[in-house]
Design a protein around this ligand. Structure first.
Ligand code: Q9C
Ligand code: ZN
Length: 342
């Protein structure tokens, strides 16, 4: 069965470097990922549309004005100050307990506005991040208009990005923008189901004190994996958001039996939250062949997850997050989406 895919070519100049175990390497979050996904989805017969540019007011409802200005201008400032390295990165981050004053200098701001050295900024980064956000919001609008599941082929991914920090290959939080858009269009309560291998720390932080968006995440236990500092089961939200954040960390090496029990728990929680629309942060780095993950999900398992989500019935937006097994990436996304078409 076929569904609508929102995609854009505007990500293609976003090719970065990543710090990996002490070495600067080409980032595994590369343009080829989107190429592979698009090819598989075209082969599966899904139809494609391009996004319109995301509204500035919506961006500002999720991210701080300083951060948006920083992202839009960082590369130009890098070049202007005579830097010659191929990618802009910070090297110093706010020490624990620091007062939180933003530096004026670009290098200081690169540290202030990031939390991990796996993520850098190149000439094409802002265009790509903006197009990825636009894809997410266009997918959201079409899902709501059509009362159907729509897939946003987002690249770069978004779930690690907070209101004012990039990291984990993410710059703008596409899932948060999608949820915020749903609220803006009158949806009462939004659920975000994050099934990327890594904890969606950015999404969690954006909605941590809110009860209009319930965030539920299944991921590897952060004791032994990025993002290291969040994603534990005792992070349940605060203030009005208390009880509106659920983390289901699993031990490294989890198989589909373990994973799907967590999915049932996640869906039970979302059901209890009386959700009117669902945003799925779809990472397929839970795949058995993923170079970054240890979970053991297979291609048929992704189809089984899609079938399970197809039974929920609320308007659903599926947004691409991680997944780094290049050769299998498209096939896994296609397997997941197939049951969600109509
Ligand atoms: N040795 C997403 O999946 N650390 N981001 C990689 C490899 C960064 C993952 C270390 C993981 C970021 C969207
Ligand atoms: Zn991931």
């Amino acid at each position: 069965m076929s569904l609508l895919v929102i995609a854009s070519e505007a990500h293609s100049d976003h090719e970065t470097v990543a710090m990996d175990d002490g070495a600067l390497v080409p980032s595994p979050e590369n343009p080829q990922r989107a190429v592979m996904i698009e090819a598989a989805l075209r082969h599966a017969g899904h139809h494609f549309a391009e996004p319109v540019e995301v509204d500035a007011g919506l961006l500002a409802a999720v991210h701080t004005p300083e951060y948006l200005e920083f992202l839009a201008t960082a590369w130009g400032r890098w070049v202007e100050r005579g830097e010659t390295a191929p990618a802009a990165m910070g090297f110093a981050w706010p020490p624990r307990g620091s007062p939180g004053t933003r530096p004026d200098d670009l290098i200081g701001q690169l540290g202030f506005h990031s939390f991990s050295a796996d993520t850098s900024i190149v000439a094409g980064t802002w265009t790509a991040a903006l197009s990825s956000a636009s894809v997410a919001v266009a997918a959201t609008d079409r899902a709501l208009d059509n009362g159907a599941t729509v897939y946003g082929l987002c690249r770069p991914p978004g779930h690690h990005a907070s209101a004012d920090q990039f990291g984990g290959y993410c710059y703008l939080n596409n899932a948060a923008l999608s949820a915020q858009r749903l609220l803006e269009r009158g949806v009462q309560r939004v659920g975000i189901l994050d099934i990327d291998y890594h904890h969606g720390n950015g999404t969690q932080s954006i909605f941590y004190d809110r009860s209009d968006v319930m965030v539920v995440s299944i991921h590897v236990d952060p004791r032994n994996e990025f993002p290291w500092f969040t994603g534990h089961a005792n992070e349940v939200g605060e203030g009005r958001g208390h009880g509106w954040n659920l983390n289901l960390p699993l031990s490294a090496g989890a198989d589909f039996g373990t994973w799907s029990s967590a999915l049932e728990q996640a869906l039970g929680c979302l059901e209890g939250g009386d959700i009117d629309a669902l945003v799925v942060s779809l990472g397929v780095d839970t795949f058995e062949g993923d170079p970054m993950g240890t979970f053991r999900l297979t291609t048929p398992d992704f189809a089984a997850i899609g079938r399970r989500l197809a039974t929920i019935g609320s308007p659903t937006v599926v947004l691409q997050e991680g997944g780094y097994a290049i050769a299998d990436l498209g096939v896994n996304v296609a397997a997941f989406l197939e049951p969600l078409g109509q």
